[in-house]
Design a protein around this ligand. Structure first.
Ligand SMILES: Cc1cc2nc3c(=O)[nH]c(=O)nc-3n(C[C@H](O)[C@H](O)[C@H](O)COP(=O)(O)OP(=O)(O)OC[C@H]3O[C@@H](n4cnc5c(N)ncnc54)[C@H](O)[C@@H]3O)c2cc1C
Length: 186
């Protein structure tokens, strides 16, 4: 049988090892300094769990897209998605739906695959933040910011008065019926 002194030293060593192991385990789960966890971001965003400002308004992520043909093709498709999104947004959105659209537009800008376009569009968003109070407000805002890009590229101004008709995608708009369908398998 081991002497009492040796046994207590062994117990102390075992306790020390367990403490060190737990400490290292906890440290490993911490985010690097300066990068708050999603939970921390949500706590400080003041918008019920939406992404924080840094994620939404940080630098444009994609590199420069030099090819003019690819840039124009991408632009036409992207505008179509954006305007159609606004045209299908609820006329009376919930607070959570408004936050979803706001975040979507900001992330759309940050991640837009043409870096130089995203850079410029970021400045437009900083000056004219997305309008998310209703479908009409969002659609008018979309038309207005598209016109800002048109002006910069020396393209004709689009008449925003009939923006509602311009992006009626023919998808139907029967309240309730379409909402039920949205959850159904394709
Ligand atoms: C967010 C964003 C930023 C961009 N930034 C740049 C950039 O910095 N440099 C660059 O070279 N290209 C940029 N582009 C692409 C550019 O805007 C055009 O899409 C591209 O030049 C093709 O132009 P287009 O003349 O075919 O018509 P587009 O401008 O693509 O428009 C497509 C169609 O939308 C309709 N339309 C036009 N104006 C409006 C409006 N105000 N509201 C609603 N509908 C309208 C018209 O029917 C038009 O034919 C950007 C695109 C996006 C989505």
């Amino acid at each position: 049988m081991a002497p009492t002194g040796t046994r207590s030293r062994f117990v102390l060593l075992a306790l020390f090892c367990i403490a060190m192991f737990s400490f290292l385990l906890l440290e490993g789960h911490r985010e690097p300094p300066g990068f708050p966890s999603p939970i921390e971001q949500a706590k400080h965003s003041g918008s019920g769990g939406a992404q924080s400002g840094a994620v939404l308004t940080g630098h444009a992520i994609a590199p420069k897209l030099g090819n003019a043909t690819a840039k124009a093709e991408l632009g036409r498709a992207a505008w179509k998605v954006l305007h159609t999104t606004f045209a299908r947004f609820p006329e009376k959105p919930t607070e959570e739906e408004k936050e979803a659209l706001r975040s979507y537009v900001h992330l759309f800008q940050r991640l837009y695959p043409c870096g130089e376009c995203a850079e410029h569009f970021g400045k437009v968003l900083a000056k004219y933040p997305p309008q998310v109070s209703s479908r009409s407000a969002a659609a008018m805002w979309g038309c207005m910011v598209h016109n800002i890009v048109n002006k910069r590229l020396h393209k004709p101004e689009f008449n925003c008065e009939n923006i509602g008709d311009a992006y009626d995608c023919g998808c139907g708009d029967e309240e309730g019926k379409d909402k039920d369908k949205a959850g159904a398998p394709a």
